[in-house]
Design a protein around this ligand. Structure first.
Ligand SMILES: [Fe+2]
Ligand SMILES: [Fe+2]
Length: 316
């Protein structure tokens, strides 16, 4: 099994220090295979804010896939906005705007969807899609293929359609052709999971869309700060939302969903089925559950056995 700590919309410059420390502690305790940050590392793309973001990333000594968001492009400095929009992001965070990670269970590739011409919305272009396709198409179906963007390919109900990344339909058709499994994004500051087949009607393929809320920003849009812990073991993916509990000063599991890959896409397992299985931390896949506790019943073994055995219990 492999794990992803999926963080988004950090917005340094507008954060709560206690929450920042809480995320750092939670992610460090989880020891994920990879940390994903799906954009908006800063509030206003200022050097001091990027330095804070850099310090935060340095405290998480795990492989990282980090992409910029619209807030990482200067808003008021027009010269910088159009002449070198991601100069500070490149200097402080990473010069690699197409980050890539692979292991024996999954591959992740990042795409920059932030643009100078729009202050809020984003876009993906044909060159970027071709690059993703080239990277992902050489892996077999048993490897879970993951694409990370800031702007989402899908929305929770009631959101403005313009929030969807520009040229999404073109991209989704190409991503379907190379078997992309998971599309991770942020931007809305709202947690969400969905299936691309519902919106895009791609026959024989459906990618799982997973959106993270804001991990550390004080602008939660009605949601508490949160991040996703994603467990990957073919053919299953388990998405668990960890939510900030101010009274305890910790992030705790709040909800979880388990999906199984089928020839047509991802099927969400019922709570009853999910309750009977659990990811085994030692990498042998799904095992019978030892016990269940309420709505977090799809990960009981991880909590009671493996987590405790590896000294992780305190981080749940
Ligand atoms: Fe944001
Ligand atoms: Fe954003």
């Amino acid at each position: 099994m492999k794990t992803i700590a999926h963080l988004s919309d950090l917005h340094f410059g507008r954060t709560d220090e206690a929450v920042v420390a809480g995320v750092r502690e939670a992610v460090s305790g989880l020891r994920p295979s990879v940390v994903v940050v799906s954009g908006d590392l800063t509030q206003r793309a200022r050097s001091a804010q990027f330095r804070e973001a850099r310090e935060f990333l340095d405290a998480l000594p795990f492989p990282q896939i980090v992409v910029p968001g619209n807030h990482d492009v200067p808003l008021y400095n027009f010269f910088a906005r159009f002449a070198s929009p991601l100069e500070k992001f490149r200097r402080h965070i990473t010069d690699d705007l197409e980050p890539f990670y692979e292991d024996e269970e999954m591959v992740l590739t990042g795409v920059n969807t932030a643009r100078s011409l729009t202050t809020k919305y984003g876009r993906i272009n044909e060159r970027q899609v071709a690059r993703v396709r080239e990277r992902l198409s050489k892996y077999p179906d048993e490897i879970t293929k993951i694409v990370v963007t800031h702007h989402p390919f899908d929305l929770p109900e009631g959101h403005d359609e313009r929030e969807i990344v520009g040229r999404a339909r073109m991209a989704i058709e190409a991503l379907a052709a190379c078997g992309a499994d998971l599309l991770l994004a942020g931007h809305l500051h709202i947690s969400h999971t969905g299936q691309t087949a519902v919106r895009y009607k791609t026959p024989g393929h459906s990618a799982l869309v997973v959106q993270a809320g804001t991990a550390t920003s004080t602008r939660g849009r009605g949601e508490s700060n949160s991040f996703n812990l994603i467990r990957v073991k073919h053919p299953h993916v388990h998405v668990e939302r960890r939510v900030w509990q101010p009274e305890g000063g910790v992030f705790r599991p709040a909800s979880s969903e388990t999906f199984k890959h089928t020839p047509d896409g991802w099927s969400r397992l019922s709570d009853e089925v999910a309750a009977g299985i659990s990811f085994d931390e030692d990498g042998t896949g799904l095992q019978p559950a030892h016990f269940s506790f309420g709505r977090f019943s799809s990960a009981p073994c991880f909590y009671c056995c493996a987590g405790a055995r590896k000294g992780l219990r305190g981080s749940f």
